[in-house]
Design a protein around this ligand. Sequence first.
Ligand code: ZN
Length: 146
Amino acid sequence: MNRTGKTRAAQGVKKHYNEYKDFLQREVEAHICASFMEMLDMKTLDDESNLCIPSKDVSKESRQKWFMDLCQEYVERYLGYDDVMSIVNQTNALQKKIVGPFICRSCSCEMKFVHHSGRVRHEIKEHKLLADKDLESEIDEFGYYR
Ligand SMILES: [Zn+2]
């Protein structure tokens, strides 16, 4: 708010989540643009880049490879390949976990649910799993409260 001079902007992330989300997305985009400009030796938006952009005469596959190589160079230079791959692997692992069906975790029940949240609701209501003292945490591996 101070940096952009928007002193009347929504205050408090808890009550204005969407405004903060929008602001942070714009800020991330600005950082990506600024770092890309730096990589291309551009000081202002009007500067010419030092890139040799393939023309339309070059095959589509070659232009795609050129662009992919450029993006890979960017990722390695500004984000770090290992850091990005770690996040990609974590995201893939989480994605695999959130695909149903979700089977009730009570020993005596085989109910299936489309959503994990429905399973948790069922487990609490039908099996009183919340009262189970063996649970290590209030939050399960999907980030939901048990
Ligand atoms: Zn059950």
